[in-house]
Design a protein around this ligand. Structure first.
Ligand code: NAP
Length: 316
């Protein structure tokens, strides 16, 4: 490592983003957080900026390995992996990448709703494996247009999802921590359970982290109509996964479509075998265009702090 580097980047960056980190910021790039402790002290001493891409917890112990640290720039809007209080205590600014990914994550939520309801995965397999050619029957799907969509957490992404589903003629229901200005006809609910009771598709768009841990509780899942589907594009931590699995196994709800789950990338084995569960590998923002914008915003945040300016998207 070049011990004069002011920027350290950690994570599996694409070749293009890796090159930009090196060209624009002179960064040294490590594959993962575990490699940080192995860097010699002289290489860590001058690091002022950390570009972080990953979900492994980044806390005070790691920050203390970088005594000159001024900014942790997270690649992603969700920064629940970073101990912001520990950063505050060390005078370290934390930044994230809001807005630039909201459309993609909302698009994926719509895709999950449609794929689950209309049996797209089973349908494609039916053609590929010759079931269609042999005249085998395929179960009917469920109509999405006009179904009630409940959004748990009407933030940036939640709002984008709601707008999309409103265009499908779906009545929009929501619960959010703070009051929202919404189009006429959208229905706010007092509690997550009340929202669940009025949702055919309950879409979770909360932040992750300790405060929302298990908010989709056994009680919330129990309030869902029997033919309802849970969609999660937020964080696995927001859902009581044992309660969800129990509800799915017992036919208490109709299904789940999850881009995020606990223990990624090795989810609970029961989720893999349950019918009516559609799992994706946390790909909400995974398009070429959006990932490039996220990486560029991450670099702009770092460049600003290194120049002594306020970064564009700080979280503390
Ligand atoms: P956002 O605008 O901050 O919205 C977050 C929502 O969570 C808001 O409704 C917010 O309520 C609510 N919330 C925050 N703290 C809460 C608390 N303590 N209790 C209850 N509700 C709380 O964030 P966003 O940009 O929409 O992103 C939302 C999340 O999506 C991210 O944090 C990330 O975890 C996840 N995400 C997933 C993917 C993926 O690949 N699947 C990609 C990007 C993001 P208020 O409106 O009242 O503040």
């Amino acid at each position: 490592m070049n011990s004069t580097s002011r920027t350290l980047a950690i994570g599996p960056y694409s070749e293009t983003d890796h090159r930009a980190l090196v060209d624009e910021l002179g960064a040294v790039v490590l594959p993962g957080l575990a490699a940080l402790a192995d860097l010699p002290q002289r290489d860590r001493a001058g690091v002022e900026a950390l570009a972080y891409m990953g979900h492994a917890p980044l806390g005070g112990a790691q920050m203390d390995l970088l005594p000159a640290l001024r900014v942790i720039a997270n690649y992603g809007v969700g920064y629940d992996a970073i101990d912001v209080a520990a950063a505050d205590a060390r005078g370290v600014v934390v930044t994230n990448t809001p807005d630039v990914l909201s459309e993609d994550v909302a698009d994926l939520a719509v895709a999950l709703i449609l794929a689950h309801a209309r049996g797209l995965v089973a349908g494609a397999a039916h053609v590929a494996t010759g079931g269609w050619a042999r005249g085998r029957p395929l179960p009917l799907g469920r109509k999405v247009s006009g179904a009630r969509v409940g959004i748990l957490g009407l933030g940036r992404i939640g709002r984008e999802i709601a707008d999309r589903m409103a265009a499908f003629g779906c009545p929009i229901h929501y619960w959010s921590r703070s009051a929202k200005s919404v189009p006429p006809g959208w229905t706010a609910h007092e509690t997550p359970a009340a929202l669940a009771a009025h949702s055919d598709f309950l879409v979770v768009a909360l932040v992750g982290g300790r405060e929302t841990e298990g908010m989709v509780s056994a009680g919330v899942i129990g309030a869902m109509p029997r033919d309802a589907v849970l969609v999660n594009i937020s964080r696995g931590s927001t859902v009581d996964e044992d309660a969800l699995i129990e509800a799915l196994a017992g036919g208490r709800i109709a299904g789940a479509a999850l881009d995020v789950m606990r223990n990624e990338p090795d989810p609970d084995a029961r989720l893999l075998t349950l019918p009516n569960v559609l799992l994706l590998p946390h790909i909400g923002s995974a398009t070429v265009e959006t990932r490039a914008e996220m990486a560029a915003l991450q670099r702009r945040n770092i460049a600003a702090v290194l120049k002594g300016e306020r970064p564009p998207t700080p979280v503390n």
